[in-house]
Design a binder for this molecule. Structure first.
Ligand SMILES: Cc1cc2nc3c(=O)[nH]c(=O)nc-3n(C[C@H](O)[C@H](O)[C@H](O)COP(=O)(O)OP(=O)(O)OC[C@H]3O[C@@H](n4cnc5c(N)ncnc54)[C@H](O)[C@@H]3O)c2cc1C
Length: 329
């Protein structure tokens, strides 16, 4: 059997590993301590926050099938929040969502964790270099430890990180440089007294903020009252070099402007900075494959910018690699 190293335990990496596990020796390397990548959940005492992806939709048959299976196992549930559009200059108005929206339970990160149950995953392991050896690719960490030799290496990291990681011989370096990612800040607020909000989630316009969600009103979350606030992506670009304390205070001021006395003083405040949050320009290719060098890449930035796009990109690359592995066997 061929050996395949997959970099990243987000939805793309885990989907790809599941696709390939019967056709190859697959190992996943993830630099964080947990699963999920940008489908992230942070716990602080009794407060829980999905501070990356908020929800997902399913437009393809394959993703809908995965969702149906996970709904049956209580790993995913439909989310039907009351959604408003907020604008500091306008009256709030109600938004209708015309397609089902889903969340993983009890946190967004748990989906990848349950899907990875049968897989070989090395967490807390950052791949720093990929070097050619006679028998294949040698992966090393930052202190030069050898992580293993593999026939194939596939990166599911965001395109700029994939560009840094994959060797110069990768045939699609130019395509990686076409992808533009915008950043985002996530402000996490925990309250002793619940804010009296007339919405569960809000899309925000003309503000430093882009989104507000009452995390505790998603299904199967702890009762402790928590708000998750995302910055606007373009605003985040302008603030990216500022200290997180400055950004936090600016986002808190924007919350106060929008919510007024609906929001009591928070008991818990934390901020997270996403350097690569959203693929603003993505590729039309479903994945990038360099068969002669046995290197490839996939993720949400191939064909879109959302959870489902990452899943579909990985699924399509998996189908192609399965064929190649069968042919090479
Ligand atoms: C703030 C925010 C809000 C979002 N909201 C939504 C939303 O509401 N709905 C939606 O559909 N999508 C949303 N998204 C986008 C969604 O999260 C992504 O499309 C999806 O999670 C991407 O999955 P992925 O597997 O392609 O990449 P990632 O989840 O980024 O996974 C890549 C993984 O690779 C790992 N990695 C990188 N470099 C290395 C290395 N050298 N060694 C080892 N591991 C490495 C990373 O740690 C990461 O875990 C949001 C994203 C953010 C950040």
């Amino acid at each position: 059997m061929k050996s395949i190293a997959i970099i990243g335990a987000g939805i793309a990496g885990i989907t790809l590993a599941r696709q390939l596990q019967d056709s190859a020796e697959v190992r996943v390397f993830e630099k964080s301590r947990g699963f999920g990548g940008r489908m992230a959940t942070r716990r602080s005492g009794s407060f829980h926050f999905d501070h990356g992806a908020q929800f997902f939709t399913a437009r393809s048959k394959q993703f809908q099938k995965l969702i149906n299976d996970c709904v049956a196992e209580n790993q995913i549930t439909a989310w039907q929040p009351r959604v408003l559009t907020l604008d500091p200059e306008e009256k709030p108005f109600k938004r209708e969502w015309f397609e089902p929206h889903y969340v993983a339970v009890p946190g967004m990160n748990t989906l990848c964790k349950v899907l990875a149950q049968e897989l070989k995953v090395s967490l807390d392991t950052q791949v720093a270099s990929i070097e050619a050896e006679e028998q294949g690719w040698m992966l090393k960490d930052y202190v030069g430890n050898r992580l293993g030799q593999f026939d194939w290496v596939i990166s599911t990291a965001p395109a700029p990180q994939t560009d840094e990681l994959l060797p110069e011989c990768f045939a699609h370096k130019a395509a990686l440089n076409e992808v533009d990612f915008s950043p985002c800040f996530s402000l996490m607020l925990g309250f002793e007294t619940a804010p009296k909000l007339n919405f569960d989630a809000a899309v925000v316009r003309n503000s430093a903020l882009g989104w507000i969600a009452s995390n505790c009103r998603k299904q199967n979350r702890p009762d402790s009252s928590s708000l998750l606030v995302h910055s606007d992506n373009e605003w985040a670009r302008t603030q990216f070099e500022c200290s997180t304390d400055v950004v936090r205070d600016r986002m808190l001021a924007a919350c106060a402007e929008l919510l007024g006395d609906q929001m009591p003083p928070p008991e818990h405040i934390a901020i997270h900075r996403w350097k690569y949050a959203k693929a603003e320009t993505s590729l039309e290719d479903d994945f990038l494959l360099d068969e002669p060098n046995r290197l490839a890449a996939c993720g949400d930035w191939c064909g879109g910018s959302r959870v489902e796009d990452a899943f579909v990109s990985a699924l399509k690359l998996g189908e192609r690699l399965k064929t190649i592995c069968c042919r090479e066997a």
